[in-house]
Structures are given as C-alpha cells and as structure tokens.
Design a protein around this ligand. Structure first.
Ligand code: AMP
Length: 147
C-alpha cells in the first residue's frame, strides 16, 4: 500500500489544487468581539476557525470551547462577558500553516495532529485551508485506482 502511494507520486501533489479557497472559509478577525465569533462558529457549523488580521494574515485559531471557557464563572456561564472580550484575548496563536507551493507530503504530516492547515501565499497572506478530509479523500482515490 505504501509503495503504491509512493509510485503514484501523490506526495508531490501541489496543495493549492486541493485546498478550500479563502472565499469559502469562515473566519474572524483579531478585534472582533467574542459574541460575533461565537455567531460565526455556530452559523458555520465548525468547531474551530482561523483568525486573520486586517492584512489577511493568519494570526491564530479560535474554537467554541475556548470561547465558552473564557466566560465560565464560578457558578454559571456569564454570557454578558461575551461582548467584553475580543478574539485576540482568547484565541490560540499557534496554527498549522504552510506555503501554497509546498507538497502534499507536508500537509499529510501536519494533518496527523491538526484537522486543518492554513495555506499562505508568498507574501504570507491567507489563501485557503487544507482539511484532513481532503487529504484522506485524495489518498483514498489513489488507493482505489491502484488496486
Ligand atoms: P473537515 O476535514 O472537513 O472535517 O474539516 C476539518 C476542520 O477544518 C473543521 O473542523 C474546521 O475546523 C475546519 N474547516 C473546514 N472547512 C472550513 C471552512 N469552510 N471554514 C472554516 N473552517 C473550516
């Protein structure tokens, strides 16, 4: 099986062919209040989404769990605090990322620990996402064609 993946040169596939383009990616900005971020997360249906700055550079990722955790009081969830915090106060600044010209092999390696990888242009601006789903789908396609 591994040999068939290597023979098919799947590892050299360019990731930009497989990514979800930025127009289709739900995201928030650093200075958005948390209530807006929660709205985007709930409406999009995703657990975690990227955080961008005003120059469209990736600055982190934010999840529903992080937002809820930040407004957890001693006895109740303090919903009124949602408007007091901004995305940058609670986001995770570490986010898996790679350049659009890097290979599928690198995306595969990053996807072991991350459900998505942010793809960047040469100037560092965000151009899309590579999801674990698209990576697995490509591997599945290659394996079924080679058997
Ligand atoms: P998937 O492999 O399709 O389940 O996607 C993995 C993760 O990538 C999701 O749980 C989201 O955190 C993120 N994701 C996928 N597609 C989008 C999108 N269009 N907008 C924002 N985040 C996304």
């Amino acid at each position: 099986m591994l040999q068939s993946l290597k023979d098919s040169q799947i590892m050299d596939n360019e990731i930009k062919e497989l990514m979800t383009p930025h127009e289709k990616v739900a995201h928030v900005q650093l200075n958005n209040p948390l209530d807006h971020a929660l709205l985007v997360l709930i409406k999009s249906g995703y657990t975690t989404i990227p955080v961008l700055d005003t120059e469209y550079k990736v600055r982190g990722q934010i999840s529903k769990a992080q937002i809820l955790d930040s407004i957890l009081g001693i006895e109740r969830i303090e919903m009124e605090r949602l408007h007091d915090y901004k995305v940058e106060d609670v986001m995770n600044g570490k986010v898996p990322r790679m350049n659009k010209n890097e290979t599928f092999g690198k995306a595969l390696m990053l996807s072991i620990n991350h459900p998505f990888v942010c793809i960047e242009d040469d100037d560092g601006s965000f151009i899309g996402l590579m999801t674990r789903r698209s990576i697995l789908a490509l591997i599945h396609r290659h394996l079924s064609h080679s058997s």
